[in-house]
Design a protein around this ligand. Structure first.
Ligand code: ADP
Ligand code: MG
Length: 679
């Protein structure tokens, strides 16, 4: 925080540091730090009338105080109000000062929620005030999000100062506000920070309150404006025109053992049209697991190669990168096109050789994990970047990628559909192509939920399947706490299965194996030399062995829906009837039950993702916690759909007619975070 701001807000260095921790660096950001809730200290509720589960303030005389030790050390206080009703107050954390404040005979106020506990009616950790010294508050008390060591009174004082000092002129024109029926920003902020006496908690906590609507709208508008500007900037940028002559793709198509589906042909045309533009493509190719995205990517890559450019193909895991490498090599080498593999685990010498061939332009297609985008990997003529399972990359990685490929076309692929609201907001600068048809002759996968006590039966099914000449995946339980334990479990599972099924050949695949070892095991499984592949969830994405017709997933209750759907999508790719056995262990949590029900009842990835979003909420969906995407603070995408639509309507008008407004609004709302939004 700069010294001028600090002086303006009249705060100490320590407070300034704490505010920075909250992401508050400018007076404006302080003003936009809004209460998460309010406390009502304006009146006293008789204990007998206090509603359950709602915060309220009661007042009474302490008649009893004791430190108890069962079930754990705690301070227990009982008060009695003017009407003679009694209430217990309980504190797990307390200091001698609390005991003094609540000494027997003192009159105190307690603010909190009344619950029916072990002792009868009680409040746990209420906020205590001395009733003898202070009067009642005149208006509701705002409670702000804070960090350790920054108290509510200090925050309140600082925000009140900021509200006085910051010029609160409106960034939006009056006519616009009138047509939207929204109040001024200054008015809204004053109301929310310092509610007038007649305001009730009920009204203030309602998102439909005009003051909240105004803030939500401003936030959504800032998002829409920045997305549109990012798009505009992209369309003004330059990228090579990649118009293939079809010479190579015709040969590849002729060599394929199948014909493209109508959906595949349609999305290919959409991608080709983008790649012929002189500005960078930014397209997402969506299609359920098994819908055949890889061949679409390969044919798009061929157009770039035909036009004389190089292609980078990036996958989130080594094993998936490797699978792509094998597939692409198999398709492209007969055409005389050099495909190379870049992985973090390559030896230095091999890596140097690969880098040199890439820099010289000999290698036309480079496949790898994010190792591909390390600083020292240079392309001679990069024209197209393909990112598989793009949702699995963090924002930072996507930023790096974007900077590397400033003027190249980008094709992203994902099996996870983006819900409409997210598509309209966070991913607004993304054109989407959808493969909405599976290749023919896919057999529906039969899903079965089996209690793990019946594991022996499932082993019988494994034997049966293999005796028919088909193959089986057996997915080990997920152990998030420890990688060492995860490894041990995988090893044990393989041993144990091998003992129960001595006639089968059973391989093992896990994350800690060297890339070359993994490749060998996968190759053996693909070639049918292994009957069963015991694997950790490394096989979750992209692995493709059509002869595998049974998938067993242990402790399915520990896995997320997207993961289960991806895993299940590994079978049902060949002619044989396939099934997926989800082994679960009791007891099941409510969440686990809900997830298993969804995966049992649905096979459509879009529907599963929708239900997943319902269960988890969009924050989790975006992976915001790990990736640091600035989430919306005030607006809620589902709830505020109408506002989102209005913001979307206004954004182009403002950009067209009022660049001054756009600039002022974005400065206020985004500041330095702007660059992240276009990612
Ligand atoms: P995903 O979309 O999950 O990445 P893949 O690209 O791995 O799916 O394709 C799954 C399987 O379907 C592969 O074995 C692929 O060769 C096959 N496939 C792709 N397109 C077709 C098609 N049009 N007809 C038949 N099989 C196809
Ligand atoms: Mg794939």
């Amino acid at each position: 925080m700069n010294p001028v701001t600090q002086k303006l807000l009249k705060i100490t260095d320590t407070t300034a540091k704490k505010l920075e921790k909250l992401g508050l660096n400018t007076p404006w950001e302080v003003v936009l730090h809004l209460p998460i809730r309010y406390e009502d200290e304006t009146h006293i509720t008789p204990i007998a009338d206090a509603p359950l589960g709602v915060s309220c303030q009661v007042e009474g005389e302490v008649e009893f105080q004791e430190v108890q030790f069962k079930p754990r050390r705690q301070l227990v206080v009982r008060i009695r109000d003017a009407a003679g009703s009694r209430l217990f107050l309980r504190f797990i954390h307390f200091y001698p000062s609390h005991q003094k404040q609540m000494a027997e005979g003192r009159r105190i106020r307690a603010l909190g929620e009344i619950k029916h506990g072990f002792f009868g009616s009680e409040m746990i950790h209420p906020k205590i005030r001395d009733a003898e010294s202070g009067g009642l508050a005149e208006s509701l008390t705002p409670v702000y999000p804070t960090v350790n060591g920054l108290s509510q009174p200090v925050l309140r004082r600082t925000i009140a100062t900021a509200l006085q000092e910051v010029p609160l002129h409106d960034s939006l024109p009056d006519a616009m506000l009138q047509s939207l029926k929204l109040p001024h920003l200054a008015e809204s902020l004053h109301l929310l920070h310092a509610p007038p006496p007649e305001m009730t908690i009920h009204r203030l906590s309602d998102g439909a309150l005009p003051a909240w609507q105004r803030l939500k709208f401003d936030e959504l508008l800032a998002q829409q404006l920045s997305m549109r500007l990012a798009r505009q900037k992209r369309l003004e940028g330059h990228a090579p025109v990649l118009r293939g002559d079809g010479s190579l793709s015709q040969r590849l198509l002729a060599a394929l053992p199948f014909r493209l589906t109508g959906a595949q042909q349609r999305v290919l045309a959409e991608i080709a049209a983008d790649m012929c533009q002189p500005h960078p493509m930014h397209r997402l190719l969506q299609g359920d697991v098994g819908s055949g995205k890889t061949i679409v990517a390969a044919l798009s890559a061929l157009s770039a190669v035909e036009a004389g450019y190089q292609v980078a193909v990036m996958a989130p895991t080594e094993i998936l990168a490797e699978q792509h490498f094998l597939k692409f090599s198999q398709w492209f080498e007969p055409l005389g096109i050099k495909v190379d593999w870049f992985s973090g685990s390559l030896r230095k010498k091999a890596k140097d050789g690969a880098k040199a061939a890439l820099a010289a332009g000999e290698t036309r297609i480079a496949i790898g994990t994010h190792a591909l985008f390390q600083d020292d990997v240079a392309f001679a003529r990069l024209g197209l970047v393909i990112v598989d399972e793009q949702h699995r990359f963090g924002v930072a990685q996507r930023l790096a990628l974007k900077n590397k490929g400033q003027d190249v076309h980008q094709l992203m692929m994902s099996a996870t559909p983006i819900p409409r609201t997210l598509a309209m907001s966070f991913f607004a600068d993304l054109d989407v192509s959808v493969i909405d048809e599976l290749p023919p002759n896919r057999t529906a996968v039969k899903t079965r939920l089996v209690n793990s006590v019946r594991r022996a039966q499932v082993e019988g099914l494994v034997l049966n399947t293999c005796q028919k000449g088909q193959q089986v995946y057996w997915v080990c339980p997920l152990i998030e706490e420890s990688e060492a334990l995860q490894l041990q479990t995988a090893v044990d599972t393989q041993l144990q299965l091998q003992q129960s099924l001595p006639d089968l050949s059973i391989g093992l695949l896990h994350g800690r194996m060297k890339a070359a070892e993994k490749a060998d095991v996968m190759a053996d499984f693909s070639a049918g030399k292994l009957d069963v592949l015991v694997a950790t969830t490394v096989i979750e994405v992209g692995v493709d062995v059509p002869n595998a017709s049974l998938m067993v997933i242990e402790h399915a209750e520990r896995m997320g829906l997207a993961q289960l759907h991806q895993l299940r999508g590994r079978v049902g790719r060949g002619a044989a009837v396939s099934s997926c056995v989800l082994l679960f262990s009791e007891p099941l949590s409510e969440l686990a039950k809900a997830r298993l029900k969804v995966i049992y009842e649905h096979t459509d990835g879009f529907e599963i993702a929708r239900q997943d979003l319902n269960i988890r909420g969009p924050g989790e969906f975006l992976g915001a916690r790990q990736s640091g995407v600035p989430m919306l603070r005030f607006a809620d995408l589902e709830e505020d759909m109408a506002l989102l639509e209005k913001a979307r309507d206004w954004a182009p008008k403002l950009i067209e007619e009022r660049p001054d407004v756009v600039e002022a609004h974005l400065n206020r709302w985004l500041g330095s975070r702007e660059q992240y939004l276009g990612v």
